[in-house]
Structures are given as C-alpha cells and as structure tokens.
Design a protein around this ligand. Structure first.
Ligand code: PLP
Length: 396
C-alpha cells in the first residue's frame, strides 16, 4: 500500500493497467508501420487499432484522427491560418481564444500575435458568449475567414464551457471551431458532433495513457490543416515522422478504458467531490470554491476538480506541507507551477492576486478512494490549524 495519495490528476493521470499492457505488447513488435512486411503490418495494426479507440472516445471517424506528440502539438497543428474546409479555402485572418485557455492555445499557435483576439469570461469562469458574438460580428460582415479555439473544460477550475452555443455563433458567421478537450475527454461525454466542433485536441496522459502522445481529431475529412511537421507523408500527410507506436498503443488502450468506465466513474467522483467540498467548508468557513457558482446556475464543472482558496493560507506553503504529509495536489495549473506567477484563469475571473496566491487545485481520478479524500482533509486540517496557531503565537 503506497504512502502517497495522488490528487493531481488534471496535471497527469497515473498510467492505467490497460495502457501498460498494450505498451508492453507493442514493445515486442519490431516493424515500422510504413513497411509492407509482416513486422511492419503488425506495427500498422497496433496504430490503426488505437486510432479506432481514440476516434470512438470523441465520436469521430478513425481516418480523421491525426496522432501527435501530445495536446500541445495537436492544438498548435490546429491553430493555423491555413485550414481548408472543402471548397472554403479562405485564409483564416483572425484567431479568437478565450482568456482562460491553456498556454498551448493562448499563445496563438501559428497565428501572428496581432491576429489573435481574446474573448472574456464571467466571474464564474464561463466564456462570455455575448463578447464572442460581438467580436465575431464585424468578421461576419466583412466575410473574413476566422478560427475560434475554446477549451471544453478548464484545467484549473474544471468549469465546463458552453461550447455548443459558441459553435452555433461561430458557424453562423462562417468560422471554424477548434476545441481543446484535453481535460474533458474521458471525464465527461465529449462527442465531436454534439459539441459542434470542427477540430478537437486530446492528450493521452490525462486519461491514463503515456505522456508525449495526443491527437488532433477532425469532424470531417474535408477539413485539411497545413502540417506542422512535413516528412514522409505519415498520418495521411498531416504529420510527418515514424509513428510513436508504443505510445499510441497505450493511448488507444487508455481511451478505450476511459470510455468504458466513464458513466460509473463520473458519478462516483462527483459524490467524492461533494464530500470534499463540505469538509473544506467545515475546516474553514471562509473557503472559496472557484467556479462553483457556474454549476449552481448553469454549466457545471468536471466531476473530479475542486479549485479553492482559504484567504491568507498561501498555496505555495500549503503544497509543501501537504506533500510532506504524503498528499500531492497542485496550485492552479501544473504547467505554470514552479514559476511564481498568478493564475491567468483566476485573473480573468476577476480574482484578486492575494486570493489567487492561495488557490489550491485538488483533482481526482478513477482510482481515488474515500480514504484518499480523508487523508487530504486530515492533512489540510492540520495545515490550517498550524497556521492559525502560528498567527495566534505571533499576536500574543
Ligand atoms: N490543454 C489543456 C487544457 C491542458 O490541461 C493541457 C495540459 O496540462 C494541455 C492542453 C497540454 O497537453 P499536453 O501536456 O499533452 O501537451
């Protein structure tokens, strides 16, 4: 039994058993998927089987899955002015992204800095659809080609975005919609057609697959994205380079496992999260849970995510105290932890820097148990009590 309690699944999920087995088996296959001999065909079989499983996770056709080195590369592949959609070959002059995107999207991909516009979010961490519509209107009037990139669920707050409504606005104006589903795929239903997305990014390591593999998925074959890596014509010419067969094998197995487990896991995690939030309030009545208002009045959050803060309880020290107590959590986004910078997500929600510095993210996964939640709450209780004692000591 491990001493550690891992509650940082939004940063990365531990490798699941199905992925481990699929990867071990793939390691025994010597061939290059482009070779015609038996060894090559065996490797090709692994890649195509994984492609089917990844496609099924998001309700797409296997031929529309482009394997990449991860979610970041998938989004940068999508974010280019050169995307044709059948006969619509207009250059996309403008990219619109929300203020809470992951840096892989927020940095604008292959668009020039001046071509990127930011759409506001509400205090609840939800995309402001009115701002989106207002920014799109002049592009529509001008008949200008544009791309919108929105996340399905935010990695820090877990807030699920109104992607379906955004898709209607985007498509009515002749634009294309890319959705970063890196945090939502495998955690909540994520069907490319139901979302109204033209392109979707996903990543293996968020769903129990290996790190360093992902996919850009297209809603239809007619969408053609300018390649980021030109080479030997792999991935139907969309991404050159011999495929990461072992990683892709793990991705496919993890996608299959996540899709199968989704209905039962989601409900169980939502109930553990409710318990956790009740415990946080009981420990300190001034606890703020970010994005919860969203779930009370409209779109909800991922069932596995809590982003909270207790005023004056700094996240940086809390993380160290929790780590020493055997609990791994994160402060806001793991990709930016290590840097002393405030969360751009909380800033976009209007959260003051002093409170943002206290934001702790706890994210659960399929193997999280009630005992894990109890271990976290015991460690959190001890940390908050220590701080309070310390402050009393100073005051005395
Ligand atoms: N998009 C979101 C919302 C993420 O949370 C992350 C990773 O944290 C990424 C994209 C990047 O994915 P990858 O680590 O596979 O490059």
């Amino acid at each position: 039994m491990s001493f550690r309690t891992y509650l940082d699944w939004n940063a990365t999920a531990p490798l699941c058993e199905a992925a481990r087995l699929a990867m071990s088996a793939a390691m025994e296959v010597a061939g290059n998927p482009s070779s015609v001999h038996s060894e090559g065909r065996a490797a090709r079989g692994i890649v195509e089987n994984a492609r089917e499983n990844v496609a099924r996770l998001v309700g797409a056709e296997p031929r529309n899955v482009i394997f990449t080195s991860g979610g970041t590369e998938a989004s940068i592949l999508a974010l280019t002015p050169q995307i044709a959609d059948g006969n619509d070959t207009r250059v996309r002059e403008t990219l619109l992204v929300s203020a809470i995107e992951h840096p892989s999207v927020g940095s604008g991909g292959r668009f020039a800095h001046g071509q990127v516009r930011t759409v506001a979010v509400t205090a609840g961490g939800v995309l402001d659809l009115a701002d989106l519509a207002a920014q799109i209107e002049p592009l529509k009037q001008a008949g200008s080609g544009f791309l919108v990139s929105l996340m399905h669920a935010n990695n820090e707050s877990g807030v699920i975005q109104p992607v379906e409504q955004a898709a209607e606005i985007v498509h009515a104006a002749g634009g294309l919609l890319h959705v970063d589903a890196v945090q939502s795929a495998g955690k909540i239903p994520c069907d490319i057609r139901a979302l109204g997305a033209d392109l979707v990014s996903i990543s293996a390591h968020k769903i129990g697959g290996p790190k360093g593999v992902g996919a850009l998925v297209k809603a239809r074959e007619e969408i053609v994205v300018a390649p980021l890596l030109r080479g030997g014509g792999q991935e139907r010419g969309a991404r050159g380079g011999t495929e990461n067969v072992i990683g892709i094998a793990g991705f496919g197995a993890a996608a299959d496992a996540a899709r199968t487990a989704l209905p039962s896991v989601g409900a169980r995690l939502a109930s553990l999260r409710t318990e956790l939030e009740a415990a946080l309030q009981a420990i300190d009545g001034s606890t703020v849970v970010f994005g919860r208002a969203a779930s009370e009045g409209g779109p909800s959050r991922l069932p596995n995510t809590v982003l909270f803060a207790v005023p004056d309880v700094k996240a940086e020290t809390a993380l160290i105290a929790l780590d020493l107590a055997g609990v791994a959590v994160s402060s806001g986004s793991a990709c930016s932890s290590g840097k002393v910078s405030h969360s751009h997500v909380l800033a976009a929600m209007g959260v003051p820097d002093e409170l943002s510095a206290c934001a702790v993210r706890v994210s659960l996964g399929p193997t999280t148990s009630k005992a894990d939640i109890e271990k976290f709450t015991a460690a959190w209780t001890a940390h908050v009590a220590n701080l309070t004692k310390g402050r009393r000591g100073i005051a005395a």
